[in-house]
Design a protein around this ligand. Structure first.
Ligand code: PGA
Length: 251
């Protein structure tokens, strides 16, 4: 049996209050129950509380796409970790490539957010991934190693074992260029080897590593068949119930 599986949808800055609600209602109706699989949605922050209350007691968990690492203070426009919890969220997405590359989030900030997540009983879903030019210069492993090590800096094995990692090659996000199952599996295996050096095999084996980047209903099967791919983080194809349901009901 695979380790714990997570099929997640990142809605980014899309949807209205009404279309977000109707999407999640369709997902609640159509998502098949599987003991080992959790479905997670990341709605835009203003809708998180309402979506979380619709999902209460269901197979679908809710997360927020971003937060600040400070507890509270004069940080106009930011969301505190306790507020994320207060909205009924279980997960927090940290270090998504759009946060890193559009908003300049650094590895050090990612690490502070990971620490803040654990301090507030949130499950961090930590995104890592290389740029196209880094892959072309054969720097993929160096980049992944640095991102993983920095994200988990100062986190003990007990906590690390409850985190989730998402491998999202930046060149595959929103581009329609999905990584082949072999390329993704190679990166996942490498990420797991880095986690193993940090935490030992049992903890590293517990951490789900999700693939993200142009996942669609018609390419999920090959990815899901890979030993170290424990689920997916889906952007575009998670915005419509039909396509996301096909993905989350993959067996
Ligand atoms: P995509 O986005 O599925 O639209 O490529 C993935 C992501 O950004 O998490």
């Amino acid at each position: 049996m695979k380790r714990r599986e997570i099929f997640a949808g990142n809605w980014k800055m899309y949807k209205t209050r009404e279309t977000a609600k109707s999407l999640v209602k369709s997902l609640l109706q159509g998502a098949a129950l599987t003991e080992n699989r959790e479905v997670v949605v990341f709605p835009p922050s203003p809708y998180a509380a309402e979506i979380a209350s619709l999902c209460g007691g269901s197979v679908i968990s809710v997360g927020m796409q971003n937060m600040y690492f400070q507890k509270e203070g004069a940080f106009t426009g930011e969301v505190a970790p306790a507020m994320v919890r207060d909205c009924g969220c279980k997960y927090i997405l940290i270090g998504h490539s759009e946060r890193r590359h559009v908003f300049g989030e650094t590895d050090a900030e990612v690490n502070k957010k990971v620490k803040a997540a654990f301090e507030h009983s949130l499950v961090p879903m930590i995104c890592v991934g290389e740029l196209l030019e880094e892959r072309e210069k054969a720097k993929t492993e160096t980049v992944l190693e640095a991102q993983v090590k920095e994200a988990f800096n100062g986190i003990d094995a007990g906590r690390a074992g409850t985190a989730v990692v998402a491998y999202e090659p930046v060149w595959a996000i929103g581009t329609g260029k999905v990584a082949t199952p072999e390329i993704a599996e190679e990166a996942h295996r490498y990420i797991r080897s880095v986690l193993e050096v940090l935490y030992g095999k049992p903890a590293a084996d517990d951490i789900p590593i999700l693939y993200g980047g142009s996942v669609k209903a018609d390419n999920i099967a090959g990815l899901y068949a890979m030993e170290n791919i424990d689920g997916v983080l889906v952007g575009g194809a998670s915005l419509e119930a039909d396509s996301f349901l096909k993905i989350i009901n993959t067996r």
